[in-house]
Structures are given as C-alpha cells and as structure tokens.
Write a new protein. Sequence first.
Lengths: 361, 353
Amino acid sequence: MAKSPSRPAAKPAPAKKAATKSAPPALPNRERPDQPEPFDASKDELLQFYRDMLLIRRFEEKAGQLYGLGLIGGFCHLYIGQEAVAIGLQSALDGDKDSVITGYRDHGHMLAYGIDPKLIMAELTGRQAGISKGKGGSMHMFSVEHKFYGGHGIVGAQVSLGTGLGFAHKYRKDGGVCMAYFGDGAANQGQVYESFNMAELWKLPIIFVIENNQYAMGTSVNRSSAEDQLYRRGESFRIPGLQVDGMDVLAVRGAAEEALKWVRAGKGPILLELKTYRYRGHSMSDPAKYRSRDEVQAVRDKSDPIEHVKKLLEKQGVKEEAMKDIDKEIRKIVSDAADFAENSPEPEAAELYTDVLVETY
Amino acid sequence: MAEVKPLDAKPAEAKAPKGMNMIEAINSALDTMLDRDPDVVILGEDVGYFGGVFRATAGLQEKHGKTRVFDSPISENGIIGVAVGMGAYGLRPVPEIQFADYIYPGLDQIVSEAARIRYRSVGQFIAPMTIRSPYGGGIFGGQTHSQSPESLFTHMSGVKTVIPSTPYDAKGLLIAAIECDDPVVFFEPKRIYNGPFDGHYDRPVQPWAKHPASDVPKDYYRIELGKANIVRVGEAVTVLAYGTMVHVALAVVEELGIDAEVIDLRSLVPLDIEAIETSVRKTGRCMIVHEATRTSGFGAELSALVQERCFYHLEAPVIRVTGFDTPYPHSLEWAYFPGPIRIKTALEKILKD
Ligand SMILES: Cc1ncc(C[n+]2csc(CCOP(=O)(O)OP(=O)(O)O)c2C)c(N)n1
Ligand SMILES: [Mg+2]
C-alpha cells in the first residue's frame, strides 16, 4: 500500500509488524482423505463404463431430437459432456442402500442408477406412463425403488434435502450414504452453506458433489464466485474437498472410492468438485452468446469422456466392430424408449388433482 | 379514478418508429431510468453480460457499465437483502428475480426487511427497490417456472404489487415503480412478452407489433401506480383481470359479443377500488379472472371488496375464474390454465343468474 506523502515517515511500530504477518496455515493436524488414485478398471468394467456413458449420450441426443420435433416441451436440460461424472460416481455406490439426489439436469443421474429409459422419456413427453405421470417433466422425477430422490427445479434446494437424507441414513443406521449433486452456480446459494455446517456438525454420511461445468446458464464461474476453486468451499466447515477431473471416468471412480471410504468410516461429509463441461446449451433455447463455438469444440476434441474410454478399450484390444455393436444395442434401447414415450397416452385431466395432499379433493 | 384507455386506442404521446414488444418496453424503461437517475442500479442472475434470460436487460451493461448493471450469483435471498441495504443508503436498486418461482428463497428479506424497514425505523429508512420478475404460465414451464405468487405480496402489507398487461403500460408502470419510494414487486406476465395472448394456444402467436399498445414512446413517461385501465366499456358485467388474463378475458367477451366492461387492474396494491366500485354499481355483475390458485388468491380479496361496497347493486353472486388449487403441472397445461372455455362458462352463468 502506498504511504500518504503528507505524513513524515515514522518508525515502524511493532504492532504494525505483527499486523502484516499472514494468517497461520490451515491446521496441519486435521485428518484429510488420501489423494485418490485413478480406478484400475478391468476390461469388463471399462466396457460397462463405455456402455453406461453411451446410454446417457444417446438418450440425451434423442431427447434433443424429440424436443426439436415438439414432442417434448418446456424446459429440458441435457447432460451431454458430463457423462463420466454420474457414471464414475454412481458405479461406486450401492444402489440398495445409497441415496442420490440432484437438480434439474437429472436424466443422466437417473440412467446411471438403472432407471428404465422408457419411464424417463415418457416423463419428458408428459405422458401418463412417465415416472411422474407426466406432471413433473424433465426436472421433476423420482424413484423410491431406485433410491433416487429427484429431480429438483429450484437451484440449491436439493443440497439441504440431501443433508436430511444423510441424517436419515445415520438415524436408521442402514449404512447408506447420500450423494447430493449440485452445480457451480448452485454452489452460491446460502442454504448450501447452512447444510454444510449441519452435515459436519452432525457428522452425516453425505458426499456433496459439485458438478463444475464452468457455467451457470450464461454466467461463468469466475463472474459469480469469489472462491472459484470450488472444492475449497467446505474448508471453513472443516469439510475436506477434492478436485477431480470429471471428464475421466477412472479418475472420477477413484475419487468416489476415496470419498466413500471417508464417509462410510463415520468421518462425516466430504466435498467433491468435478471439473466437467456441458456441450449443449443450458436448456433447449440458449443463444450461447456467452462462450465461443471454438471453446466447446476444443473440449469435445480433447477431453470427451466417451472417446477417452474408447481409446482405453482399443488399447485393451477391443475391436472397433465390438464397440459399434454396443452402440447399435444402445440406439435400439433409446429408440424403443422414444417410441414408448411418443405412443403412451397423456394423463387424464383428473390427474391434476391427485397427489396434492393425502386426501383427494 | 381510472383512466379509460381502451387497449385498441392509440396512446397520445410521441410515436416511436416501430412497435415494441413487452421485453423491449421494459428494457427501454430500465434504460431511461439508468439515464435519468445515477442512483438506479440493476442486479440479478444473468442480467449483465448475458442480458437476461428473457433479454430484458440486453445491452444495458454495455451502455451503462458494470458498476450499474451487473451479474449476481444465484443467491436470491442475498440479492434482495443487498438491495434493501442499497436502498436504505439512498440507491434505487432494481433487482431481477429470474422467475417468480425463485422469489421464495428471497421471501424472508422481502417480508421481514423490505416491507418493514419504513415502519420499523419510523420512516427514517426506506426500501425504494423494484423487484422485477417474470411470472405466470402458458409457456409449458411446469411446477417451478409457471407460478403466480402475487397474493403472497398483496397479503404481507408494506409492499406494492404491480402487473402490466401491455408494452405501453409495462414501461410507464415500471418507471413509476422505480421512482416510488416503497418496495415494489413488479410481476411481468411472461406469456405475453412477445405478443398478446388470447388463450387460444393452438392458434399462431400474434406479435405485439400489430397491437396499438406496442406504440411505446422512447422517452420518459410514467403511469401512476393504483390507476386501473378500463380496456372495454360495457354495461352487462364487470370483468376484473390483470396480466395475461386481460387479453384472454377480452377475447372471450368479444367473441361472445357480450357488452362487458373489462378492467385491467394494473396494480393490486395500491388498488383502484373506485374504478371497480363505479363499474360494478353500473353493471350489477362482477367476474374476476386470474391464473393464480383460487384459495386466498387475489380474487378472494376482490370478491370481498365488491361484496362490501356494492352488495345492494349486485344482481348475481360474484364469480371467480382461477387456477386450480394444485401445483402447476408439466402436462395438461391447457386443462390447468383458466382459458377461454372456463371464462365463457362463467360469463354465461353470471349473465343468467
Ligand atoms: C432458486 C433458483 N434460482 C434460479 C434458478 C434459475 N436457474 C436454473 S438453472 C440455473 C443455473 C444453474 O447453474 P449450475 O448450478 O452451474 O448448474 P448447471 O445448469 O450448470 O448444471 C439458474 C440460474 C432456479 N431454477 N432456481
Ligand atoms: Mg454449471
């Protein structure tokens, strides 16, 4: 800082010296999780990652087409580009006991938890057979059977709900953990930090997952976040954070293993920041003026999560043909889902009044 | 007293070269106020660099700079709270809440601070802020992008609630709201941003350009808050509406050839009760139309007021056409929306009663 020229230079006061000292480093004696190792996948596991990520990609491409045809209306947020996150993380969970909750960009997390693509697609088209009877749409889907707790349109709300799920896992002593996903934009909602505090205070079994795809609609992380290294956002609550390459499914799975070890050992919550990227617009009508085509193309060319696994498979001797066959199989699953979603009837008007309260009225 | 300015009459002011839609009119109001008053600042999610998800603030950051038009993080409670503080120190913030459905995280700051600070500080501090927010359905937004929460705000006291129905009104009312020393919740009916909507979702959208109220002066003008607009003069029944439903109700009236008096309230608090009373005393019948859910909706308040003030002039019970008491569905949007069929049925009933 510049000194005021009008004042005579005074002898430096000892107090001033002390004040210029920087803050002490973070407590070194606090236990931290180990730096995760990339997951050592067998050929079969790699094939499974490939298949699972491709299902999300093809499903989302189809949803985009149906939207273009007017079969899906309203808001629809695609997960294309982020596939390695949901697959890498959720492949490490135990679907019988671990709960998952997320925001509105939810199709990928649902597919990763084994929910029938037909029921998801039929919800997007607003049909009775949809997982929310057509009344929820893309952003509002749930499955008790799959321990999938939604699908929430209000940015950040799911983080508090997830903390409650974590509490319930602990209370019931069922050994489950909650995985609560949210975006880089959602990471600025106040209730996220209220939840962090409670989760650590009560040592809840929850993995907070920030999917940092670098944009919240048209606002980039550094235009909205004072601390843009989002994995540090738990520090002042003593929640350890790890930053992970979210485009590499093996790195993601490795981080999931480490996080689960921490949480299942009863050490409380952990925060994962997954660096990822969405290829498509925020929703379906996105003028995309906030980033360049070149930026998107560069990520697609250099870091595509599916291409990455494809290369690993090639190295393991899997033939191009075999991968094409998988793609064909998946395209069939997806087009069946689309047919189902197109041909199912719309809900009856009487459905408007169901599930509002316990009683029908 | 109400202005009588039928929607199909030309406003008297100087003509702009071409019509504005509602977004452009709002943009023009913001631009005008940024020019006129250095204390006006605009903040909100995506309002700066991106120009707003509905483009209402497009170009304003470029023109007025980043200290006056800026992006906020996704933090509704923070956005509104910060605006209350700015206002208490003399600024005139115009925060945008991207959809009315996201105003709930900020509700505490509106109820407990913005709406109370004048009273609590016995007039020493005020909250001269205008919260702009797109609201209402008809765009297939489902549960979290379609709601009409206006009656929460009319209920709380200490806040004004304004809802325009045309580009011309949107600009004049928004300027008056910004200049007002009270907190104003300014709900923009997003279904009619680009064109007036008559409720026939299966017909092509009519652009505002064809509508006389798209004739919006480029310069400053204001429309006083609390003055209703009689958009159609008639004798048979009074129709009270605001926002999108003004156009839907008017279309039904014209289609049926009913001699109804259609009143666009424009502002719910303050309410132009004289205009309502005069009209209902004349017609003896009153129908209220809003998109919001029925129970404790603003229609309930209107109905009570009409009954209190016009009871001996009423020839039929007041009738309400409203949204159902349920969340807003993703599918069945048009079964949910209180559109032409429901309005027609109610009109026929009240005229027979
Ligand atoms: C409370 C609330 N505020 C604002 C919005 C509008 N909105 C929906 S998504 C979004 C951006 C969120 O970005 P991010 O958390 O990074 O998730 P991403 O879309 O990148 O997956 C915004 C502002 C909302 N749905 N809810
Ligand atoms: Mg994001």
